[in-house]
Design a protein around this ligand. Sequence first.
Ligand code: GLA
Length: 716
Amino acid sequence: MAIRFDKEKNIFLLTTKNTAYAFEIYGERYLRHLYYGKKTRNIESNPQKYFSFSPYPEDLGVSYSPDLFSSEYAFWGMGDFRTPALRLKGADGTGVCDFTYSSYRIFRGRHDLDGIPSARADEKTKTLEITMKDSVTSCTLKLCYTVFSDSDVISRYMILTNKGKNELEIEKCMSFTLDLDRSDLDMVSFWGSHLHECTYERAPLTHGLRSITSRRGSTSHQFNPFFALCSHKASEGFGDVYGFNFVYSGSFLCEVEVDQRSQTRVSVGLGSENFGYTLAKGESFTSPEAIMTYSNTGFDKMTLNLHDFTRRHILPEKAVLAPHPIVLNTWEGCVFNIERKLLVDFADEAVKLGFDMIVMDDGWFGKRLNDNAGLGDWFENRDRFPNGLGELVRTVKDKGIKFGIWVEPEMVNPDSDLYRAHPDWCLHVPERAPALSRNQLVLDMSRPEVIEYLKDSFRKTFHDVPLDYFKWDMNRHLSDVGSAALPPEKQKEVYFRYMKGVYSLLDWFVSEYPDAVIETCSGGGGRYDLAMMTYGIQIWTSDNTNPYDRTDIQASALMAYPAATMSCHVSDPRGSLASLDYRYKVAVGGMLGYEFDIRKMSDEIKKIIAKQIKEYKRFERLMRRGNYHMIASPVKNDYSAYYYVNGDRNEILLTLIEKKGCKKGETRRLKIKDAIPGVTYTDKYSGVSFSGDDLRRGITLPLSGEPDSAYLFYLK
Ligand code: GLA
C-alpha cells in the first residue's frame, strides 16, 4: 500500500518503490514531519528538545513549540519564526493563523488543480488528503500528497477554502514545507541568462535562508525551478540526493533555510512578491503542485526517477510513444525573410534529405518584416503568401513532408492592428508607459476577452490549414504588471491569473488541433518547466546552438529532464565538415532538428545531413524512451560522456564529446554499468565487439585534442 495510516501511533506512512515519507499527528492537532528517505517501515516519533526563546501553547507547554517542530506545513504568526508556507490576512488584519488537524482521506487518483496543469495519474496513483482547520478565520486547508509509487516521486499541493463570513487575502502560498532533520547538505541549482540557460552550481548550505526565485512572470532563463539537496560527498553513484521541482510556468520561489537547530526547511511555491489572492466567502484556492524525489545512491538515481516520472506522468503520451519529427526550421537561416517560394523550395530539398517536417518560424503574419511590428495580428501576410496559408501548407504536404508554424500568442507589438484597437489589452499600469522588451508588450492573459480574441484569430487563420505542429514562443518577461480589468485590491492576482489564461489557451490548442503537436519555447529555455512539458512534445532548449555551450546546457538540463523534452538543432552547417559532425553528435543527445538555409548548402553537406538523419532515426527511440546515465559531466571535465540504454539493456548509445582544452594522447575510461555481463555488444560504426563485462569495467578511449572531436558508439 502506497499510503497507510497507523491508528495506534497516529503516523501516516507514504511509500514508493524505494522511498518512505512519514509524519504524525501530535497532541491530536499538529502535523509533525518524521522522515523522508530510504524505504523503511520502522518510523517512530522523537521527543522534541526545548530551546529557550521558542514560544509554546499554554496547554502543551514546552513539549511543543512551532519554532522547533518539524512541520508538514508552516504557518505565519503563531511562533514558528522560520520561513512560512502560508501567510493569510484575515479580518483581524494580523496575518496570524493556526491550522490544526481535523481529518484525512485516502483515494485513488488525484485532485484536479483548477486550471493549472498537473502530473497525470495512472491506475496506481493515490492521494492522501489531510484536512486542517483554523477556528478564527474559519478556513479549511487541504494538504494533498499524491504518490507516484513506481517513479519514487511524491507531489504536494494545497487547497484553501474560505468558510468564514469575511473576505481574506492569501499573501504567501507555498505548495509544501519539508523539514529535514539535517543540514550537512549541498544545494545544486541552475542559474543562467538568455543563451546560457541551466548553468550548474553546487554549494554547501549555510545557516540562514537561501532562495532561488523568478519574479519575471515565467520560470525564466535566470533560475530553473529544479534544485537538489545532497550529502556533501554525493556523486553520480553515491550519497543522499533529494530532488525538487515545481509544476508551474510563472514566477516561483524555492526556499531552503537552515535554522538554529541545524535543521533544514525546504519549501516550493508561488512565493509572495509576485503573488496575492483575495478569497471571498465560500471561495477556494488551489496551489500548483511541487514534486520531490529521493535517492540514496547518488544523482544518477535521482535523474532516473525524474526522467521516469516526466515520461509517465508529465509529457503528453504522444511525446513518449511516437517518434518526434526531425524538423528543418527557417529561423537561423532566414530570420524574418520568408515567403511562399522559399518554403516550397525548402520542402523540395527537405523531402530529399529525409526530414519529417519543415517549420515556418517567425515572419509569416501581419506586418512582421522584422521584430518591430506585427505581434497580435495573427493573419498571414498576403504579400508573402499570395495564395494564402492553406494553399502553401497543402502544397508542401503533398510533397510528403509535414508542416509546422511559429506563434507567440501572449505578446503584442505597439505597431499592430491589435494594439491600435485595444491599447488597454496589454499589461500596464494607468498613467505609466509600460517598458518594452524586444519592441513588444505582454498581453493581459488574465482577461477572458483577450483569450477569446486569440482563439478567434487562430480559428479564422488556421481553419483550412492542415498544420502538424505549433512552436509556441514567449519572448519577453512581465513588467508593469497591472490589469485594466481588475480592481486595485486584485492587482496582485494578475501574475497567477495570467498563467491560468495561458494554460487555458494551451488547453484550447490541444483540443482544437488534436492531430498537431506543440513545441514550447521562450527565447530558448526561458520556460523549461514541468508545466509547459504537459503540453508540448519538447522544448526549444536554448537559442544558443554553439555546440560547445550546448554541451554544458544539455548536460545540466538532462540532470532534471529527460531527452524527450529537449529540442536540439544543428545550425550553421557550412563551417568545416568536422564541425558539422560535431554539431550533429552534440544534438543527438536530445531530439534532433536543423536550422539553416537549405538552398545555400553544397551537395556534399546535404549528403552528410541525409546520412545523419537516416542514422538518427535508428536510435531516436532509444533517446526518447531509454534511460540516460551521465559518465562524466562537461561542467567538471574537459569532455562529456554519457550513454542511453534501453529497458532490455541490449541497445546502448555511448557518446564522448571532447571540449576545448582536451590534451591529445590522454585517455578516458568510460564505464557502462548497465551492460549485461556475458553478453557481447558490437559497435555498429566500427564493427568492434566488446564483452558486457569489459563495458562494465570501462573502455579506455584516447582523446584527440583536436577541435570538434566527438564519438558515438552504437552498441547492440
Ligand atoms: C525566439 C526563439 C527563436 C525564434 C525567434 C523568432 O528567440 O527562441 O527560436 O523562434 O524567437 O523571433
